[in-house]
Design a protein around this ligand. Structure first.
Ligand code: ZN
Length: 197
């Protein structure tokens, strides 16, 4: 997949309603339900977090709602900064979706590689983060040392207790290191496996 295809696909998933493929094992039928854009799904998480905790200031938020707040702030900050870089001034009335469109349109028109690569990195990270937040994927532990930081294990905090886990974990789409936060996309899994063993 070339860069512009990746970008177009990422923006489609993040900012527009999109079709997903659903295969029902019992009936054998494949359907293509329409799914809300990930930005909208993240907004729904924020809303449900607000409802659950009321409006009285310092109410405790559920971890998922807190994650959604942090992530949504990061996304908006990045889009604001990029919009200012591109247009020379702030666009307070423009939606995050429009700012993302502006980013891809500018990358396309100017053929600016730095702008394109940064947009791919950011949008891919956002898709992973929103998916993790909304629908955590099952992950597996991988034994062996991380090629980036050479650690084999990492301490993680789970339900208030520190546990010693493998440094490397993987889902269907991404492998990552819990120690140094290095990440590998699915197309790099083979290389990663070769480096570990
Ligand atoms: Zn590492």
């Amino acid at each position: 997949m070339n860069d512009l295809t990746t970008l177009t696909q990422n923006i489609h998933i993040l900012a527009r309603e999109h079709k997903t493929r659903h295969h029902d094992e019992t009936t054998g039928k494949t359907t293509y339900p329409t799914e809300l854009s990930l930005f909208d799904q993240l907004r729904l998480e924020l809303e449900s977090g607000r409802r659950a905790t009321g409006t009285s200031g310092n109410g405790s938020r559920s971890p998922i709602a807190l994650g959604a707040v942090i992530l949504w702030n990061e996304i908006r900050e990045t889009l604001n900064t990029t919009t200012i870089t591109i247009t020379g001034h702030d666009q307070p009335t423009t939606t995050p979706e429009q700012k993302l469109e502006l980013w891809i349109t500018t990358a396309r028109q100017t053929n600016d590689q730095a702008l394109t690569q940064r947009c791919i990195r950011k949008t891919t990270a956002w898709i992973n983060a929103i998916n993790d937040l909304i629908n955590p994927e099952p992950s597996i532990e991988i034994s062996g040392a991380c090629p980036a930081c050479h650690q084999t294990h990492a301490w993680t905090l789970e339900d208030g207790e520190y546990r010693r886990n493998t440094a490397l974990t993987a889902t269907i789409t991404t492998a990552k290191c819990r120690t140094c936060q290095a990440e590998w996309a699915r197309q790099d899994f083979e290389n990663l496996a070769a480096t570990i063993h």
